[in-house]
Design a protein around this ligand. Sequence first.
Ligand SMILES: CC(=O)N[C@H]1[C@@H](OP(=O)(O)OP(=O)(O)OC[C@H]2O[C@@H](n3ccc(=O)[nH]c3=O)[C@H](O)[C@@H]2O)O[C@H](CO)[C@@H](O)[C@@H]1O[C@H](C)C(=O)N[C@@H](C)C(=O)N[C@H](CCC(=O)O)C(=O)O
Ligand SMILES: Nc1ncnc2c1ncn2[C@@H]1O[C@H](COP(=O)(O)OP(=O)(O)OP(=O)(O)O)[C@@H](O)[C@H]1O
Ligand SMILES: N[C@H](CCC[C@H](N)C(=O)O)C(=O)O
Ligand SMILES: [Mg+2]
Length: 495
Amino acid sequence: MASHTIMLSALGLTPRVGPDVAITGLVIDSRKIEKGCLFAALPGTQVHGARFVGAAIAGGAGAILTDRAGADLAAGALEGAEIALVVVEDARAALAHAAHLWFGAVPETVVAVTGTNGKTSVTSFTRQIWEALGHPAVNIGTTGVEGSHTAPGIHTTPDPLTLHRLLAELKSAGIDRVAMEASSHGLDQRRMEAVSPCAAAFTNLTQDHLDYHGTMEAYFEAKARLFTDLLFDQGAAVINVDDPYGLRLAQEVAGRDGLEVIRIAQYAQEAEIRISGRRMDETGQDVLVTAWGQPRRIRLELIGAFQAMNVLTAAALCIASGEDPDAVFSVLGEMRGVRGRMQLAARRKNGAPVYVDYSHTPDSIEIALKALRPHVLGRLVIVFGAGGDRDRGKRPLMGQAAAQNADVLFLTDDNPRSEDPAVIRAEVKQGCPDATEVPDRAEAILRAVDALEPGDALLVAGKGHETGQIVGDVVYPFDDVEQASVAVAALEGRA
Ligand SMILES: CC(=O)N[C@H]1[C@@H](OP(=O)(O)OP(=O)(O)OC[C@H]2O[C@@H](n3ccc(=O)[nH]c3=O)[C@H](O)[C@@H]2O)O[C@H](CO)[C@@H](O)[C@@H]1O[C@H](C)C(=O)N[C@@H](C)C(=O)N[C@H](CCC(=O)O)C(=O)O
Ligand SMILES: Nc1ncnc2c1ncn2[C@@H]1O[C@H](COP(=O)(O)OP(=O)(O)OP(=O)(O)O)[C@@H](O)[C@H]1O
Ligand SMILES: N[C@H](CCC[C@H](N)C(=O)O)C(=O)O
Ligand SMILES: [Mg+2]
């Protein structure tokens, strides 16, 4: 935490009880209390942080920020305590705004991307375009901070303290362009409430995270917040209108005064940026694009039609935030795929390739397999599983997507977390009864690689860039890309 103090009132917080005090920092976890800090007691999915107000006071907290329910819960702990108490309607939002004021200046241009699939890819491409045009830039999300500054990440959208500390660091390092992922959890939990992106993009919405949001409608509403509540009034909304939810969002924001809407499409008729033709080959694709009526031809060294949509979404974000369209289109050929997204990880001596991809939803499994199909003369093999402590409803649908689009299926484990992996596999198997079950992921990869004949291809889906397998509370080192090479080497001997 910074070595300065700030009055509560200067952070936009007015105490209901006690004086306006200078605090020494902001903390959201009672186990990290420092003397004189403000403890934000936030409502959680497991417990209300107000349960820990007693511990925070004992640890020397100088002020408490909470909501009405929190103030009721902490009433006992607060009795007789000489501490400033701030009670607000939305404590998460208040904390985010306080974090912004605490950490200070943020980069000039922040753009944000939401959607079920494609956020990391689009933010990475956006950063790559900026860098290719000579600007220091980063992307922030699932793969951490990448680009002109690097750091590991924990969440796709960091909590507000981590986020604003980072944004301030970037600003002082002279980095004025940031592309960040806005996850539905992050938006719902107000993690980026004090960030007002000048442009925002929506990639798609398909089933995921219903364990958290309950319904697709609530999931959509969480994503739509980026456009309705956070996006700068005079900014730009970049929306994939091939997606039914995207089309709906575009219609909802269309009437907003001052807002520019940039529709991206491959199939929908009306769009500012449209893919009008494509030729796939071994290493990528030639794409014909019509952008604001002007035809353009681009070469992408990327596999999968969805990647062209991702690149164009990134291009639109850069153009919307001030870059020259000609300059942007001239660098799109330089885009390189994100680690663990359709990554060619290894190749057998017989030529059969092994791709590692982060597809962990029914839609992305289907899309990834369909992207590979035109490149495969023989059989398409998949190794996949579903994560524990995540949407259970998607599991049989993931099985179904694999069964319908691959020829040979190896069903294995993917971060079982607190759940029984056998139960997860059984739920996936409802959608793919003929899949071969191999619980150990390394063995599943080995068996799948062993099965590859000339003309076949393997997709190892679900973990992408991840470097661990989470079983219970333990993270075991595990890397699909590495395992693919290990499997090829084990079967064929090192060169
Ligand atoms: C479901 C979810 O999003 N949970 C996040 C949430 O925790 P929570 O509200 O459930 O916390 P809780 O355990 O109920 O505790 C409530 C409050 O009490 C506090 N507390 C708790 C215990 C204690 O001893 N003292 C204390 O002060 C906690 O710090 C918290 O503020 O807020 C925490 C602090 O910011 C996050 O670490 C936590 O992320 C959990 C670990 C998580 O796994 N989140 C995932 C699902 C997530 O956010 N994923 C999205 C990406 C998804 C995607 O797009 O694919 C992401 O943006 O990463
Ligand atoms: N535009 C897209 N449409 C559909 N599927 C996509 C798209 N882009 C990527 N995918 C698929 O989704 C997977 C995840 O991509 P990416 O990491 O870019 O998404 P994400 O939205 O960041 O995911 P997460 O929610 O886990 O952060 C990819 O490996 C690919 O299989
Ligand atoms: N951001 C996603 C990543 C899922 C990756 C997959 N390997 C899994 O663990 O389910 C999530 O937290 O749901
Ligand atoms: Mg991501």
